[in-house]
Write a protein that binds this ligand. Structure first.
Ligand code: HEM
Length: 156
């Protein structure tokens, strides 16, 4: 599948404001190692930042989808919005891969890559808010999440 088609489909899904609830399952599955330190919420949002993040703005996935360039690159990880524009050039994995996920939900990609705990710690610095949750019919939400995942799995 060409990246243009992939981007189009991802944008369409974003426009539908799909919050892939399944990402929480991914996180649970990845992090049920028994170590409390491996709680992504603890890593993404240490206690000291809870209040700060609570007053941060909420962005829709459509808004996030608009920020997909090197001039302004946002991504969603675990239902939080990250402005990674200034991190692009210093990301050890390169800016290309970051831009691929610019404007999208990068939760699974971020976790599947197996980032170090240092990388998890770095997230807090780039967090600008949370994603607004629009609850769709659970069945539709499930199908949308499934399509989103299939796109990620089968695209080159
Ligand atoms: C704000 C989000 C991100 C941060 C803070 C971040 C941070 C890091 C850091 C610190 C490393 C160095 C290795 C490590 O400590 O794990 C790294 C490597 C890497 N990251 Fe990210 N990353 C982010 C997003 C992503 C995304 C969305 C992808 C997409 C798959 C990705 C893919 C990679 C890859 C492929 C490497 C190179 C691994 C290697 O060569 O060992 N990263 N990242």
């Amino acid at each position: 599948m060409s990246s243009a088609v992939k981007r189009g489909l991802c944008w369409a899904l974003a426009a539908l404001q799909v919050t892939p609830e399944n990402d929480n399952d991914v996180i649970e599955a990845k992090l049920t190692t028994g170590s409390s330190y491996l709680d992504i919420n603890a890593q993404v949002r240490p206690d000291s930042q809870v209040d700060k993040e609570n007053v941060q703005p909420a962005y829709s996935r459509t808004e996030v989808a608009d920020h997909c360039s090197s001039e302004s690159c946002w991504m969603v990880i675990n239902n939080r919005v990250y402005d990674v524009t200034r991190f692009l050039r210093i990301h050890p994995g390169g800016d290309d891969i970051m831009l691929e996920y610019g404007g999208h939900d990068a939760t699974s990609a971020f976790i599947d890559k197996g980032h170090s705990l240092d990388a998890y710690d770095m997230l807090a610095e780039y967090c600008i808010g949370v994603v607004t949750k629009v609850r769709l019919n659970p069945f539709i939400s499930y199908i949308m999440g499934l399509i989103q995942r299939l796109i990620c799995v089968f695209s080159p």
